[in-house]
Every structure is written in C-alpha cells, then in structure tokens.
Write a protein that binds this ligand. Sequence first.
Ligand code: FES
Ligand SMILES: [Fe+2]
Length: 362
Amino acid sequence: MPSRLPPFEADLARASTLPAFAYTDAAILAAERDRIFRRTWQPIAHAADVAAPGSYVTGAVDGAPVVVTRDAGGVLRGFHNVCRHRAGPVASGKGARRSLTCKYHGWTYALDGKLVTTPELGEVKDFDRSCHGLRPVQAAVWGPIVFVNLDRDAEPLESVLGKIPDETRAFRLDAMKLVARKDYTLACNWKTYVDNFLEGYHLPTVHPGLFKELDYDAYRVETHRLYSAQIAPIRRARSEGGARHYAPTAEGELEALYYWVFPNWMLNVYPDNMSLNIVLPLGVDRTLTVFEWFRHDGATPEEIERTVRFSDGIQLEDIEICEAVQRGLASGSYEAGRFSALRENGVHHFQALVHEHLVRSR
Ligand code: FES
Ligand SMILES: [Fe+2]
C-alpha cells in the first residue's frame, strides 16, 4: 500500500506535504508500525528502575511486550517479554529478581535471557534448552529514560541522538527524577500531532498568549539526520518552563532546549526540569500523548503543579487544532498542501523521514 505514496520532494521550496490519505488509511498506519515504530528507539521505562544489578522493568513497543534487565554483573539487556514455551509473559511491572519466571507454566530465565528451568517437561525429544532463551532486543539508557529498539540491526541510540547528549550534558539529565505524568487521548493521526509540534508557524494564531512572550522572528528549527531542535528565544521575563515554544534564558543561565527525535518523542529541557512527550498511535485517527516531567531534587509540589498547569494550557490549544486538522484531512476535499519555506522546514524534514521509511525496500 505505501507504494501508492507519491514521491516526496526533497526541496522544501517545491515540496508538497504528505497526502491526506497518509493520515487516514489503516494500511499506511500498519506500514508505519512495521517500518517505523518497530525499527526505531522507543522510550519505554525509567532508568531508575534498572539502575541496580538484579533489577528489571517491563514495557511495550507498539504493543509488543518487552523487558529490560540489569544482570548481576551490571550489564543492561533487553528482551521480548514473551516466553519461548507458549508466549506467556516472563515478567510484569518492575522489581528485583535473580531470574524471571513465566506466569503461565513457570519456565524460568536468567537475567541474561538463558532458559534455566522447565518444570514438568517430561520426555521431550530434540529439545535443546540453550536454543530457547528469551529473544533479545536492543536496550539502552540515556538520561532518566530506558529505550528499546525491536530491530536488532538498527543503529545504536547514541548515534541517533547525535549532538543531543553533549548539548544537554550541563543539565545533568540523568540526575533528574520523574515527578509527574499526564496522558491525553487525541482524535487525530499521530503525524498530525508531530507535524504541529515541529513548527512555530501556528504560534501567533493558536497560542496568542505564548506568542506575546516569544521572539517569534528569531524562532527557528534546526534539522539533523534523525532529530531536530527548536530555538525559541523569550522576549520578556523568564518563564516557569514546562512546555516547548518556551526558552527561559537569563544572563548566566543555561538556555532551554527543545528536541524532537524521529519518529515520536520530544524532550523539552530547562535548567531545572525536563519533560518527555511520547506520541503513540492508537488508530489512524486516535493518538495517545504521554507527558512526563522530571526534576532535580528539591522541587516543591507547587512548583511541579505550576509547570504541569502551564504545559496543560498549551497542550489543550494544540489538541483543539490537531483534531480540527484531522477532520479536514478526512473531509475528502483535501489532497496535499504546500509548506512555508520560512517556517515549516521541521515538518518537511519529519515527513521526508516518514516517506523514506515507508518506501524503502528493507
Ligand atoms: S508460556 Fe511460559 S511457561 Fe508456558
Ligand atoms: Fe503548539
């Protein structure tokens, strides 16, 4: 079905957007799950949960259950959380264990994935236990987050992140802890939401309150191979932080940084807090966005609440426009549009990556 996609123009000034059907067609979403979500690094858990040797944490990538372990020697490993017997779950939640025991019939695996016990197996023939370890996936920790990539041939997280670890080093992200989480379910395609995130073009109209505080003329998006960074200088007094579009800078302070990493997660980094947004497709026109806030120790409940409330206001404005856009895309009246060459390079970059992943042969 992706073969129906027209070619995507690399020159922003000539390019048209992805066609409307890419936002409404179930076959396109199925291809995105297979070629994008199951082949890219996905945030699935928190690093604090697998910091200690002998700990594990579970999660999912595109609905596929995974488990990440830290074995006794301190090595981090990722596996499909799927028993080799009859596909039961070998772990749930998180915790500390010497081994993982399947909930269904009790087969037990070491934290390095090896199958160690198979109770009451009887006289089975041609069964080599050493060939029935948990199926591995790639796992990595960066900052306060655990990432998994189901594609064992995918490039390492480190190379996908490019300059981000260096640029954020001074913020000491790995010392930040989760303080709040908020989920939103939206009636739009996941790309409708990501497109919207990647431009400041809608600031004057969709976020008039925020617009007044920003130096809109200086707002820009820098694209890198698999991520982009938004630079949004603030015009007046410094903000509380907590949403993107917002860069609380003051003399002698660290500048705020806003990253989007292909395909579906964003990091908004401030001197005293960071938020992670994850965008997850639930259907062609249903999307879950998960917002998590992390802070260094010492934040008061009031400070946390203020950060969440500020972000919430911006998010509700974005949800309203994204849902309206989805209705427009599904109206039958719209095929594709043109980009602002001044303001939508980030959206063009994202759509080019989606297109590239959907049409490539592998
Ligand atoms: S499915 Fe795991 S022991 Fe049977
Ligand atoms: Fe917005």
